[in-house]
Design a protein around this ligand. Sequence first.
Ligand code: SAH
Ligand code: ZN
Ligand code: ZN
Ligand code: ZN
Ligand code: ZN
Length: 425
Amino acid sequence: CPSGPALLFVKTGQGKEQGRRFYACSACRDRKDCNFFQWEDEKVSETRLAAREEYNRNHQPFFTHRQNVERYKNFVLLPLSERRFCQECQQLLLPAEWEEHSDHQFLCDISTAQLKSPSQLLYPLENKKTNAQYLFADRSCQFLLELIIDLGFRRVLSVGTPRLHEIIQSKASQEEDFRVRSLLLDIDFRYSQFYTEDEFCHYNMFNHYFFGGEAARETCRKFLYQDHGERVIMVTDPPFGGLVEALASSFKKLMAMWKVTEEEGHNSQEMPTFWIFPYFFESRILEFFPSFSMMDYQVDYDNHALYKHGKTGRRQSPVRIFTNLTPSMIVLPVEEGYRFCTICQRYVSSGNQHCEICNSCTSKDGRQWKHCVLCKKCVKPSWFHCSNCNCCALQNHTCEKTDAGCFVCGKAGHKRSTCPSLSRA
Ligand code: SAH
Ligand code: ZN
Ligand code: ZN
Ligand code: ZN
Ligand code: ZN
Protein backbone atom coordinates (compact mmCIF):
# COMPACT_ATOMS: atom_id res chain seq x y z
CA CYS A 1 0.00 0.00 0.00
CA PRO A 2 1.22 3.62 -0.11
CA SER A 3 2.80 3.19 3.36
CA GLY A 4 5.06 0.37 2.19
CA PRO A 5 4.79 -3.34 2.96
CA ALA A 6 1.59 -4.33 4.75
CA LEU A 7 1.55 -6.26 8.01
CA LEU A 8 0.16 -9.74 8.47
CA PHE A 9 -2.71 -9.88 10.96
CA VAL A 10 -4.96 -12.65 12.16
CA LYS A 11 -8.71 -12.50 12.69
CA THR A 12 -9.62 -13.18 16.28
CA GLY A 13 -12.93 -13.85 17.98
CA GLN A 14 -15.70 -16.22 16.95
CA GLY A 15 -16.98 -17.00 13.49
CA LYS A 16 -15.76 -19.00 10.59
CA GLU A 17 -13.05 -16.55 9.65
CA GLN A 18 -11.37 -16.83 13.03
CA GLY A 19 -7.68 -17.55 12.69
CA ARG A 20 -7.60 -16.53 9.06
CA ARG A 21 -4.65 -14.35 8.21
CA PHE A 22 -4.68 -11.18 6.15
CA TYR A 23 -2.54 -8.23 5.17
CA ALA A 24 -3.49 -4.69 6.08
CA CYS A 25 -1.85 -1.28 6.21
CA SER A 26 0.97 -1.03 8.74
CA ALA A 27 0.65 2.67 9.43
CA CYS A 28 -3.09 3.40 9.41
CA ARG A 29 -5.17 1.78 12.07
CA ASP A 30 -8.33 3.11 10.50
CA ARG A 31 -9.67 1.60 7.29
CA LYS A 32 -10.83 5.07 6.29
CA ASP A 33 -7.22 6.19 5.96
CA CYS A 34 -6.05 3.16 4.01
CA ASN A 35 -8.29 0.31 3.02
CA PHE A 36 -5.63 -2.12 1.83
CA PHE A 37 -6.82 -5.64 2.49
CA GLN A 38 -5.67 -9.00 1.21
CA TRP A 39 -6.12 -12.51 2.58
CA GLU A 40 -2.80 -14.22 3.09
CA ASP A 41 -3.62 -16.98 0.61
CA GLU A 42 -5.41 -14.74 -1.89
CA LYS A 43 -4.33 -14.79 -5.52
CA VAL A 44 -3.92 -11.27 -6.84
CA SER A 45 -4.45 -10.82 -10.56
CA GLU A 46 -1.98 -8.95 -12.77
CA THR A 47 -4.56 -6.24 -13.43
CA ARG A 48 -5.20 -5.72 -9.76
CA LEU A 49 -1.48 -5.59 -9.05
CA ALA A 50 -1.00 -2.99 -11.76
CA ALA A 51 -3.91 -0.94 -10.44
CA ARG A 52 -2.45 -1.12 -6.98
CA GLU A 53 0.94 0.05 -8.18
CA GLU A 54 -0.63 2.95 -9.95
CA TYR A 55 -2.68 3.81 -6.88
CA ASN A 56 0.45 3.73 -4.71
CA ARG A 57 2.29 5.99 -7.14
CA ASN A 58 -0.58 8.46 -7.13
CA HIS A 59 -0.63 8.51 -3.36
CA GLN A 60 2.94 9.64 -2.97
CA PRO A 61 3.71 13.26 -2.10
CA PHE A 62 3.57 15.72 -4.97
CA PHE A 63 7.16 16.92 -4.60
CA THR A 64 10.09 14.62 -3.92
CA HIS A 65 12.39 15.26 -0.99
CA ARG A 66 15.09 16.43 -3.42
CA GLN A 67 12.67 18.92 -4.97
CA ASN A 68 11.65 20.17 -1.55
CA VAL A 69 15.28 20.78 -0.64
CA GLU A 70 15.73 22.82 -3.84
CA ARG A 71 12.56 24.76 -3.11
CA TYR A 72 13.81 25.55 0.39
CA LYS A 73 17.08 26.90 -1.01
CA ASN A 74 15.10 29.25 -3.22
CA PHE A 75 12.70 30.12 -0.45
CA VAL A 76 15.41 31.39 1.92
CA LEU A 77 16.76 33.67 -0.81
CA LEU A 78 13.43 35.51 -0.94
CA PRO A 79 12.97 38.77 0.93
CA LEU A 80 10.83 38.36 4.04
CA SER A 81 7.84 39.98 2.36
CA GLU A 82 7.74 37.22 -0.24
CA ARG A 83 7.98 34.29 2.10
CA ARG A 84 4.61 32.65 2.36
CA PHE A 85 3.42 29.42 3.90
CA CYS A 86 0.12 27.92 2.77
CA GLN A 87 -1.73 26.67 5.83
CA GLU A 88 -4.14 24.59 3.86
CA CYS A 89 -1.52 22.74 1.83
CA GLN A 90 1.04 22.94 4.66
CA GLN A 91 3.58 24.05 2.15
CA LEU A 92 6.16 26.78 1.66
CA LEU A 93 5.15 28.78 -1.41
CA LEU A 94 7.36 30.26 -4.07
CA PRO A 95 6.02 33.48 -5.66
CA ALA A 96 5.11 31.71 -8.91
CA GLU A 97 2.72 29.50 -6.94
CA TRP A 98 0.81 32.20 -5.07
CA GLU A 99 -1.83 32.32 -7.74
CA GLU A 100 -2.78 28.66 -7.35
CA HIS A 101 -3.19 29.12 -3.60
CA SER A 102 -4.92 32.47 -3.77
CA ASP A 103 -8.06 31.27 -2.01
CA HIS A 104 -6.14 29.43 0.71
CA GLN A 105 -5.21 30.77 4.11
CA PHE A 106 -1.53 31.56 4.33
CA LEU A 107 1.05 33.01 6.69
CA CYS A 108 3.41 35.76 5.49
CA ASP A 109 6.82 37.04 6.46
CA ILE A 110 8.10 33.61 7.40
CA SER A 111 11.23 34.31 9.42
CA THR A 112 14.39 32.24 9.70
CA ALA A 113 13.38 31.46 13.27
CA GLN A 114 10.08 30.05 12.03
CA LEU A 115 11.87 27.94 9.44
CA LYS A 116 13.99 26.56 12.25
CA SER A 117 10.95 25.45 14.23
CA PRO A 118 8.77 23.66 11.69
CA SER A 119 6.88 21.87 14.47
CA GLN A 120 5.41 25.26 15.40
CA LEU A 121 4.64 26.22 11.83
CA LEU A 122 3.01 22.95 10.78
CA TYR A 123 -0.17 22.00 12.54
CA PRO A 124 0.10 18.74 14.48
CA LEU A 125 -1.49 15.78 12.68
CA GLU A 126 -3.57 14.62 15.59
CA ASN A 127 -5.49 11.92 13.74
CA LYS A 128 -5.23 9.26 16.44
CA LYS A 129 -5.39 6.26 14.20
CA THR A 130 -2.51 7.30 11.96
CA ASN A 131 -0.13 10.06 12.97
CA ALA A 132 -1.11 10.78 16.54
CA GLN A 133 1.27 13.69 16.55
CA TYR A 134 1.64 14.91 20.10
CA LEU A 135 4.44 17.38 20.60
CA PHE A 136 6.61 17.51 23.69
CA ALA A 137 6.03 20.39 26.05
CA ASP A 138 9.12 22.56 26.12
CA ARG A 139 9.93 21.43 29.66
CA SER A 140 10.04 17.77 28.67
CA CYS A 141 11.92 18.42 25.45
CA GLN A 142 14.61 20.43 27.25
CA PHE A 143 14.85 17.76 29.92
CA LEU A 144 15.42 15.05 27.31
CA LEU A 145 18.08 17.05 25.52
CA GLU A 146 19.94 17.89 28.73
CA LEU A 147 19.80 14.27 29.79
CA ILE A 148 21.20 13.18 26.44
CA ILE A 149 24.03 15.73 26.69
CA ASP A 150 24.83 14.82 30.31
CA LEU A 151 25.02 11.16 29.35
CA GLY A 152 27.68 12.10 26.79
CA PHE A 153 25.79 11.30 23.60
CA ARG A 154 26.75 13.07 20.40
CA ARG A 155 24.21 11.73 17.95
CA VAL A 156 20.48 11.19 18.31
CA LEU A 157 18.46 8.99 15.99
CA SER A 158 15.11 10.76 16.40
CA VAL A 159 12.41 8.29 15.42
CA GLY A 160 9.07 10.10 15.45
CA THR A 161 10.42 12.93 17.61
CA PRO A 162 10.38 15.99 15.31
CA ARG A 163 10.43 18.47 18.16
CA LEU A 164 13.51 16.95 19.79
CA HIS A 165 15.19 16.89 16.38
CA GLU A 166 14.25 20.50 15.87
CA ILE A 167 15.79 21.84 19.07
CA ILE A 168 18.97 19.89 18.37
CA GLN A 169 19.20 21.20 14.79
CA SER A 170 18.45 24.69 15.86
CA LYS A 171 21.10 24.70 18.62
CA ALA A 172 23.64 23.11 16.29
CA SER A 173 23.19 25.92 13.79
CA GLN A 174 23.38 28.65 16.43
CA GLU A 175 25.91 27.54 19.01
CA GLU A 176 29.39 26.82 17.79
CA ASP A 177 30.38 24.50 20.62
CA PHE A 178 27.15 22.48 20.52
CA ARG A 179 28.24 19.03 19.39
CA VAL A 180 25.04 17.00 19.24
CA ARG A 181 23.62 15.99 15.86
CA SER A 182 20.28 14.44 14.99
CA LEU A 183 18.71 12.47 12.17
CA LEU A 184 14.91 12.51 12.05
CA LEU A 185 13.01 9.44 10.86
CA ASP A 186 9.30 10.17 10.56
CA ILE A 187 6.31 9.37 8.38
CA ASP A 188 5.30 13.03 8.27
CA PHE A 189 6.66 14.08 4.89
CA ARG A 190 5.93 17.77 5.50
CA TYR A 191 9.25 17.88 7.34
CA SER A 192 11.13 17.25 4.08
CA GLN A 193 10.49 20.91 3.25
CA PHE A 194 12.75 22.00 6.09
CA TYR A 195 15.48 19.37 6.27
CA THR A 196 17.99 17.96 3.80
CA GLU A 197 18.27 14.30 2.97
CA ASP A 198 21.02 14.01 5.59
CA GLU A 199 18.76 15.39 8.30
CA PHE A 200 15.43 13.71 7.61
CA CYS A 201 14.34 10.35 6.21
CA HIS A 202 10.73 9.63 5.34
CA TYR A 203 10.31 6.45 7.35
CA ASN A 204 7.58 4.12 8.56
CA MET A 205 8.35 2.75 12.02
CA PHE A 206 5.72 0.01 11.83
CA ASN A 207 7.40 -1.83 8.98
CA HIS A 208 10.91 -0.34 8.98
CA TYR A 209 10.30 1.08 5.53
CA PHE A 210 12.44 3.87 4.08
CA PHE A 211 10.34 5.64 1.46
CA GLY A 212 13.53 7.08 -0.03
CA GLY A 213 14.84 3.58 -0.79
CA GLU A 214 18.42 2.40 -0.53
CA ALA A 215 19.88 5.94 -0.48
CA ALA A 216 17.83 6.87 2.59
CA ARG A 217 18.67 3.60 4.31
CA GLU A 218 22.33 4.34 3.62
CA THR A 219 21.96 7.82 5.16
CA CYS A 220 20.66 6.21 8.31
CA ARG A 221 23.38 3.56 8.35
CA LYS A 222 26.07 6.20 7.86
CA PHE A 223 24.66 8.30 10.65
CA LEU A 224 24.80 5.35 13.03
CA TYR A 225 28.24 4.37 11.78
CA GLN A 226 30.02 7.68 12.51
CA ASP A 227 32.53 7.47 15.36
CA HIS A 228 32.39 3.66 15.10
CA GLY A 229 28.84 3.72 16.35
CA GLU A 230 29.82 5.29 19.63
CA ARG A 231 27.86 7.89 21.57
CA VAL A 232 24.67 7.44 19.58
CA ILE A 233 21.23 7.04 21.14
CA MET A 234 17.87 6.26 19.57
CA VAL A 235 14.95 8.27 20.94
CA THR A 236 11.47 7.31 19.84
CA ASP A 237 7.96 8.45 20.74
CA PRO A 238 5.56 6.36 18.64
CA PRO A 239 1.78 6.75 18.41
CA PHE A 240 0.36 5.11 21.52
CA GLY A 241 -2.23 3.18 19.58
CA GLY A 242 0.51 1.46 17.62
CA LEU A 243 1.21 -2.24 17.81
CA VAL A 244 4.07 -2.80 20.24
CA GLU A 245 5.12 -5.92 18.37
CA ALA A 246 5.52 -4.11 15.06
CA LEU A 247 7.35 -1.20 16.67
CA ALA A 248 9.69 -3.52 18.57
CA SER A 249 10.50 -5.36 15.38
CA SER A 250 11.46 -2.12 13.62
CA PHE A 251 13.52 -0.89 16.55
CA LYS A 252 15.36 -4.20 16.60
CA LYS A 253 16.18 -3.68 12.94
CA LEU A 254 17.49 -0.18 13.61
CA MET A 255 19.53 -1.60 16.48
CA ALA A 256 20.88 -4.29 14.19
CA MET A 257 21.85 -1.62 11.67
CA TRP A 258 23.89 0.00 14.43
CA LYS A 259 25.38 -3.29 15.52
CA VAL A 260 26.85 -4.27 12.17
CA THR A 261 28.63 -0.94 12.16
CA GLU A 262 30.60 -1.99 15.19
CA GLU A 263 34.09 -3.01 14.33
CA GLU A 264 35.33 -4.49 17.56
CA GLY A 265 34.49 -4.85 21.20
CA HIS A 266 31.01 -4.28 22.55
CA ASN A 267 29.28 -6.67 20.21
CA SER A 268 26.98 -7.92 22.92
CA GLN A 269 25.70 -4.41 23.58
CA GLU A 270 22.41 -2.96 22.46
CA MET A 271 22.16 0.50 20.96
CA PRO A 272 21.23 2.89 23.78
CA THR A 273 17.54 3.72 23.46
CA PHE A 274 14.79 5.85 24.96
CA TRP A 275 11.36 4.52 24.03
CA ILE A 276 8.72 6.97 25.21
CA PHE A 277 5.38 5.24 25.84
CA PRO A 278 2.58 4.98 28.45
CA TYR A 279 3.40 3.05 31.60
CA PHE A 280 0.60 0.53 31.08
CA PHE A 281 2.56 -0.93 28.17
CA GLU A 282 5.44 -1.81 30.48
CA SER A 283 4.94 -5.56 30.36
CA ARG A 284 4.52 -5.53 26.57
CA ILE A 285 7.73 -3.58 26.05
CA LEU A 286 9.69 -5.75 28.47
CA GLU A 287 8.47 -8.81 26.62
CA PHE A 288 10.36 -7.64 23.54
CA PHE A 289 13.18 -5.81 25.33
CA PRO A 290 13.97 -7.55 28.62
CA SER A 291 16.94 -5.23 29.07
CA PHE A 292 14.68 -2.17 29.31
CA SER A 293 13.41 -0.57 32.46
CA MET A 294 10.80 2.09 32.99
CA MET A 295 11.74 5.46 34.44
CA ASP A 296 9.37 7.45 36.64
CA TYR A 297 9.75 10.68 34.66
CA GLN A 298 6.40 11.92 33.39
CA VAL A 299 6.64 13.16 29.81
CA ASP A 300 4.38 16.14 29.08
CA TYR A 301 2.84 17.27 25.81
CA ASP A 302 1.71 20.58 24.38
CA ASN A 303 -1.31 19.60 22.37
CA HIS A 304 -2.61 16.67 24.38
CA ALA A 305 -5.49 17.65 26.62
CA LEU A 306 -4.87 14.77 28.97
CA TYR A 307 -1.12 14.56 29.07
CA LYS A 308 -0.14 18.15 29.54
CA HIS A 309 0.21 19.72 32.90
CA GLY A 310 -1.97 22.65 33.71
CA LYS A 311 -1.02 26.00 35.17
CA THR A 312 -2.17 25.06 38.62
CA GLY A 313 -0.73 21.79 39.84
CA ARG A 314 0.06 19.19 37.30
CA ARG A 315 -2.11 16.62 35.75
CA GLN A 316 -0.26 13.33 35.84
CA SER A 317 0.88 12.16 32.46
CA PRO A 318 0.94 8.38 32.00
CA VAL A 319 3.83 8.62 29.53
CA ARG A 320 7.25 7.34 30.59
CA ILE A 321 10.75 6.70 29.28
CA PHE A 322 11.77 3.08 28.76
CA THR A 323 15.50 2.59 28.45
CA ASN A 324 18.25 0.00 28.29
CA LEU A 325 20.68 2.37 30.04
CA THR A 326 21.49 1.76 33.71
CA PRO A 327 18.57 3.33 35.63
CA SER A 328 20.87 5.05 38.16
CA MET A 329 22.34 7.08 35.30
CA ILE A 330 19.01 8.64 34.45
CA VAL A 331 18.98 11.64 36.77
CA LEU A 332 15.49 13.10 37.19
CA PRO A 333 14.93 16.73 38.22
CA VAL A 334 14.82 17.13 41.98
CA GLU A 335 13.02 20.49 41.51
CA GLU A 336 10.08 18.53 40.16
CA GLY A 337 9.98 16.28 43.19
CA TYR A 338 11.87 13.26 41.93
CA ARG A 339 14.23 11.65 44.47
CA PHE A 340 16.84 8.94 44.39
CA CYS A 341 15.97 5.62 46.04
CA THR A 342 19.26 4.15 47.21
CA ILE A 343 17.82 0.65 47.47
CA CYS A 344 16.28 0.62 43.98
CA GLN A 345 19.23 2.62 42.62
CA ARG A 346 17.01 4.83 40.50
CA TYR A 347 15.17 8.13 40.63
CA VAL A 348 11.50 7.83 41.51
CA SER A 349 8.61 10.26 41.71
CA SER A 350 7.86 11.94 45.04
CA GLY A 351 4.74 9.87 45.71
CA ASN A 352 6.48 6.59 44.93
CA GLN A 353 7.21 5.03 48.33
CA HIS A 354 9.65 2.19 48.72
CA CYS A 355 7.62 -0.88 49.76
CA GLU A 356 9.45 -2.98 52.37
CA ILE A 357 7.63 -6.15 51.39
CA CYS A 358 8.10 -5.87 47.62
CA ASN A 359 11.53 -4.34 48.26
CA SER A 360 10.96 -1.88 45.47
CA CYS A 361 9.43 1.47 44.67
CA THR A 362 6.29 0.03 43.19
CA SER A 363 4.12 2.93 42.00
CA LYS A 364 3.69 3.17 38.25
CA ASP A 365 1.50 6.23 38.02
CA GLY A 366 3.20 8.54 40.52
CA ARG A 367 0.60 8.13 43.25
CA GLN A 368 1.43 6.18 46.40
CA TRP A 369 0.42 2.54 45.96
CA LYS A 370 -0.57 0.18 48.77
CA HIS A 371 0.58 -3.31 49.44
CA CYS A 372 -2.00 -6.14 49.29
CA VAL A 373 -0.90 -9.15 51.31
CA LEU A 374 -3.31 -11.46 49.47
CA CYS A 375 -2.08 -10.41 46.02
CA LYS A 376 1.46 -10.27 47.38
CA LYS A 377 2.11 -7.04 45.55
CA CYS A 378 1.43 -3.33 45.59
CA VAL A 379 -1.71 -2.06 43.87
CA LYS A 380 -3.25 1.30 42.98
CA PRO A 381 -4.63 3.29 45.91
CA SER A 382 -8.15 3.09 44.41
CA TRP A 383 -8.19 -0.72 44.31
CA PHE A 384 -9.61 -3.19 46.80
CA HIS A 385 -9.14 -6.88 47.14
CA CYS A 386 -12.07 -8.73 45.61
CA SER A 387 -12.53 -12.21 47.03
CA ASN A 388 -14.61 -13.25 44.03
CA CYS A 389 -11.93 -12.49 41.50
CA ASN A 390 -9.18 -13.28 43.96
CA CYS A 391 -7.30 -10.16 43.01
CA CYS A 392 -7.39 -6.44 43.54
CA ALA A 393 -9.60 -4.30 41.30
CA LEU A 394 -11.70 -1.16 41.29
CA GLN A 395 -14.59 -1.36 43.74
CA ASN A 396 -17.26 -1.08 41.05
CA HIS A 397 -15.81 -3.67 38.66
CA THR A 398 -17.93 -6.54 37.37
CA CYS A 399 -16.80 -9.93 38.55
CA GLU A 400 -16.99 -11.49 35.12
CA LYS A 401 -14.28 -13.79 34.02
CA THR A 402 -13.31 -13.54 30.40
CA ASP A 403 -11.15 -16.25 28.95
CA ALA A 404 -8.66 -14.14 27.14
CA GLY A 405 -6.40 -11.80 29.05
CA CYS A 406 -6.77 -8.08 28.67
CA PHE A 407 -4.91 -6.70 25.68
CA VAL A 408 -3.37 -3.88 27.67
CA CYS A 409 -2.30 -5.39 30.98
CA GLY A 410 -2.56 -9.09 30.12
CA LYS A 411 -4.70 -9.85 33.19
CA ALA A 412 -7.86 -11.91 33.01
CA GLY A 413 -11.23 -10.58 34.16
CA HIS A 414 -11.73 -7.63 31.89
CA LYS A 415 -11.30 -6.47 28.32
CA ARG A 416 -9.10 -3.71 26.97
CA SER A 417 -11.89 -1.13 27.07
CA THR A 418 -12.42 -1.54 30.80
CA CYS A 419 -8.80 -2.13 31.78
CA PRO A 420 -8.22 -0.59 35.21
CA SER A 421 -4.78 0.62 34.16
CA LEU A 422 -6.41 2.75 31.49
CA SER A 423 -9.10 4.18 33.70
CA ARG A 424 -7.11 7.28 34.57
CA ALA A 425 -6.25 8.19 31.00
N1 SAH B 1 6.58 13.99 21.12
C1 SAH B 1 7.23 13.97 19.82
C2 SAH B 1 6.21 13.65 18.74
C3 SAH B 1 5.56 12.30 18.95
S1 SAH B 1 4.07 12.14 18.09
C4 SAH B 1 7.91 15.31 19.58
O1 SAH B 1 7.44 16.30 20.13
O2 SAH B 1 8.92 15.37 18.88
C5 SAH B 1 4.38 10.74 17.08
C6 SAH B 1 5.30 11.03 15.93
O3 SAH B 1 5.43 9.83 15.18
C7 SAH B 1 4.76 12.07 14.96
O4 SAH B 1 5.77 12.94 14.56
C8 SAH B 1 4.26 11.25 13.77
O5 SAH B 1 4.36 11.93 12.55
C9 SAH B 1 5.20 10.07 13.82
N2 SAH B 1 4.61 8.85 13.25
C10 SAH B 1 3.33 8.43 13.33
N3 SAH B 1 3.20 7.25 12.67
C11 SAH B 1 4.43 6.94 12.19
C12 SAH B 1 4.94 5.86 11.42
N4 SAH B 1 4.15 4.87 11.03
N5 SAH B 1 6.24 5.86 11.12
C13 SAH B 1 7.06 6.88 11.51
N6 SAH B 1 6.63 7.92 12.22
C14 SAH B 1 5.33 7.95 12.56
ZN1 ZN C 1 12.94 1.96 46.19
ZN1 ZN D 1 4.41 -3.98 47.99
ZN1 ZN E 1 -5.32 -7.86 46.39
ZN1 ZN F 1 -14.42 -9.12 41.15
